[in-house]
Design a protein around this ligand. Structure first.
Ligand code: ADP
Length: 367
């Protein structure tokens, strides 16, 4: 059992690429931490530095109370599951799973009992005599996880372990890894570019971009209170809608004025927004906070936006509407029965109590 912490950790690759820029992150004992961000943001590099597969350029990495910067990977008491599983093709599943223990000269009975225990947990007992090429993608993935489990490490590291699985298996394996975490009660650090995986699996999520850590919080906090426009747009699907405009004050009330669209702010936001009167800001609204006026009773005249619906995407239990306001395309997520006529004028209603505002220059949240 261990906590992991990164203090001012940087990685500069030869050639000067700053892949990780002064990251500070504490992962608690038994926590499931997800590092998420677009490709190239430095997630894998961060994980590989924790694993000891990549040198740390600056800063310290702690596992437990010990600085591990100079500790070789094999002595860090961690196990890593890779994206491509990295199984040995000439070895059986049993041999693959037991390889690390054999290297460490564990007694044979101990090796057998650990492999059987892991195979039991993962439901792969029947596969122990097969070789990797005789396994499906999902089965290989389990073996790779099994190989990590048998070591009983203090920390598990996962580098995009589901990305080679088809969509259905990915969802299934996602819940299995979640259950595994509850069962093993071990610290896990999980890298993914998939915001759905991050939201559904993480106790906490660390969002990265361009080598920087932008926000660390539990999934609901990240979703409801994104620290900046990037986090707001990256987490949530379909993504948050944005528009640029100005805060104005009319007869003591605050409005967001986009030029064509004018909406009144709710009273609760006036405290923080008053100082932005006259200034440009970025307005954000999630698809589920936009309604078709015909399907809501809470419309007030100062909060109705004219648009045309260009595309309807039925998702089964809900529908995505692509709405053109003349200057923006907004996506709304509405009930399955809401099918407005295509390319005809319609009225939208924004739930103004749910909207977000970001500073125009820094893109940092205002609320
Ligand atoms: P992610 O896992 O988020 O996709 P990576 O950590 O793999 O991102 O990469 C972060 C940045 O470092 C990228 O710009 C990538 O091109 C660069 N990078 C990764 N590995 C190396 C390397 N061995 N040498 C030089 N640059 C690298």
């Amino acid at each position: 059992m261990a906590q992991v912490s990164l203090k001012d950790v940087c990685k500069i690759y030869p050639g000067g690429v700053m892949a990780v820029n002064k990251i500070n992150l504490g992962i608690e004992n038994k926590e499931f931490m997800v590092l998420v961000g677009p490709s190239g943001c430095g997630k894998s590099t961060t994980l590989r530095m924790i694993a000891g597969l990549e040198e740390v350029s600056e800063g310290q990495i702690y596992i437990g109370n010990r600085v591990v910067n100079d500790v070789p990977a094999k002595d860090r008491d961690i196990a890593m599951v890779f994206q491509n599983y990295a199984l040995y093709p000439h070895m059986t599943v049993f041999e693959n799973m037991s390889f690390g223990l054999r290297l460490r000269r564990y007694p044979k009975p101990e090796i057998s009992s650990r492999v059987m225990e892991a195979a039991n947990i993962l439901g792969i007992k029947k596969l122990l005599d097969r070789r990797p090429k005789q396994l499906s993608g999902g089965e290989r993935q389990r073996v790779a996880v099994g190989r990590a489990i048998v070591r009983k490490p203090m920390v598990f590291l996962f580098d995009e372990p589901l990305s080679n699985l088809d969509a259905k298996l990915r969802v299934q394996t996602r819940t299995e890894i979640h259950k595994l975490h509850m069962r093993l009660q071990t610290t896990m650090i999980y890298v993914t570019h998939d915001q759905t995986e991050a939201m559904t699996m993480g106790d906490r999520i660390a969002v990265m971009k361009d080598g920087n850590l932008l926000q660390v919080a539990d999934p609901i906090t990240i979703y409801d209170y994104p620290a900046n426009k990037f986090v707001a747009s990256f987490i949530g699907s379909p993504a948050m809608n944005f528009m640029y405009g100005r805060i104005i004050k009319k007869e003591g009330k605050l409005y967001f004025d986009e030029g064509k669209i004018l909406v009144r702010l709710v009273e609760q936001m006036s405290g923080k927004m008053a100082q932005y009167a006259g200034k440009e800001v970025i307005f954000g609204i999630r698809p589920e906070d936009i309604y078709d006026k015909l399907f809501t009773t809470s419309a007030i005249p100062e909060n109705i936006i004219n648009a045309t619906c260009e595309v309807i995407e039925p998702m089964g239990s809900e529908v995505y509407l692509y709405l053109n306001t003349g200057r923006h395309i907004f996506v709304a997520r509405v009930g399955a029965h809401d099918r407005p006529p295509i390319n005809k004028d319609m009225d939208l209603v924004f739930d103004m109590s749910k909207v977000h505002f970001f500073e125009k220059d820094t893109e940092v949240t205002i609320l």
